[in-house]
Design a protein around this ligand. Structure first.
Ligand SMILES: [Fe+2]
Length: 390
């Protein structure tokens, strides 16, 4: 750890605060101890935390449950990194809003995800305050779960970047972990196994090496990450120059005209470059594949497969274990990630996953409340949402 970073941390958060690499000194990810995110951050503290993410791509803050942190606090932290975006699932009438701009209404209490979570193992697992904010997406396997439920085992997702397909993509996502699976159910001593893929999950012409790299997924409920800043840096000067000039067409549906976004993201604060979501079909059939400006769909796929293969090399990969009480923040511009093989329905609380995710975009703000231009919010935060209090 660079001594300057450690000194700044201790100066801003006290002598007891600590920072350590999650794996090796020269790789992505840091774990921070002794920092209390349940308390508002000073502008200097907020700027420092943003700078940690700029440098290390993923930063995990341990033991926030011991500080009494709740999900409102997570939303306040998120406001420093960008404008939180609400999740359409949280609204009862999102489809009407899209068609007619009807006023948005949240689901009534009885049909919220938090209620389904609370019904799985009553008295054992209950969502913490703030879970019902429209900005929060509850990542859990507790919906439909309970002592009598039949467990459902599912494979990992595609490698992707959260909501890379909008004109202003997400900059940052974060998890606050309430539950992570403690059980080890398989003969191999892991929580789950990696079930075989159904036909067509990946394009049949994917190179064999890439197919194998994609499937190296963690089996204890960790989130799999790949460092796209390190992967970019590992190309030679000529290759980087070629990559710098490439524009990618992003779109939600195949027949959308979409828009062009640079393949290489330049961090506005540090100038550091990274590949932004260099994956051809990052959401399988759900989101239209990316196209490289000036290439045919097949050429685009082959080109992006080569970049995905680079990013998924073992030296750029990191599997992040979730520990209850952790707040883990990651850059969507400098990483790819993949949700692991999972039990989607469980009948034992020891298999429960319960994480609160907030994602945000736009400028960082060291001082709160944020001061976003309402026209920018209207255009880029869909559905429009602003954190009520911070
Ligand atoms: Fe994701």
């Amino acid at each position: 750890m660079s001594e300057a970073v450690e000194q700044d941390l201790k100066q801003l958060f006290g002598e007891a605060s600590t920072i350590e690499p999650l794996t090796d000194e020269d790789r992505m990810g840091r774990r921070v101890g002794g920092v209390d995110l349940s308390r508002p951050l000073s502008p200097e503290q907020a700027a420092f935390i943003v700078s940690l993410l700029d440098e290390f791509n993923l930063v995990s803050f341990a033991s926030q449950d011991k500080n009494g942190m709740d999900v409102h606090d997570l939303e306040r932290v998120a406001n420093h990194f960008g404008a939180p975006i609400p999740h359409p699932y949280n609204y009862a009438n999102y489809a009407d809003y899209v068609k007619t701009r009807a006023a948005l209404v949240q689901h009534p209490i009885e049909s919220r995800t938090s209620t389904a979570v609370n019904q799985a193992f009553p008295g054992v697992i209950e969502c913490i305050p703030g879970a019902d904010s429209p900005a929060v997406y509850i990542v859990t396997n507790l919906v439909g779960s309970g002592p009598e439920a039949e467990p459902l085992h599912v494979g990992g997702q595609h490698w992707h970047t959260d909501i890379e397909f909008q004109p202003v993509p997400l900059s940052t996502s974060m998890f606050y972990v309430q539950r992570a699976p403690a059980n080890r159910n398989s003969d191999e001593g892991t929580w789950v196994t990696n079930p075989p893929r159904e036909e067509g999950f990946y394009h049949p012409d994917s190179p064999e090496g890439l197919a194998e790299l994609r499937e190296r997924l963690p089996l204890n409920g960790e989130t799999a990450y790949a460092d796209t800043a390190a992967a970019y840096l590992a190309f030679n000067d000529d290759e980087r120059q070629m990559l710098d000039a490439i524009m990618v067409r992003r779109r939600l549906k195949v027949d959308d005209p979409g828009w062009l976004i640079p393949l290489v993201h330049t961090n506005p604060r540090t100038g550091r470059k990274s590949l932004h979501s260099p994956v051809w079909a990052s959401r399988g059939k759900r989101i239209a594949p990316a196209e490289i400006d000036g290439m045919s769909p097949d050429e685009s796929r082959r080109f992006l497969d080569r970049l995905e293969e680079q990013c998924l090399q073992p030296e750029f990969r990191y599997d992040h274990p979730h520990t209850p009480g952790d707040v883990t923040i990651w850059s969507n511009f400098a990483t790819l990630h993949d949700a692991p093989p999972n039990l989607r329905v469980v009948n034992d609380p020891g298999d429960a996953r319960l994480l609160y995710r907030i994602s945000c975009k736009g400028d960082v703000a060291y001082q709160l409340p944020r001061n976003d231009n309402p026209a920018w919010i209207e255009e880029n935060i869909v559905p429009p949402y602003v954190t009520a209090t911070v």
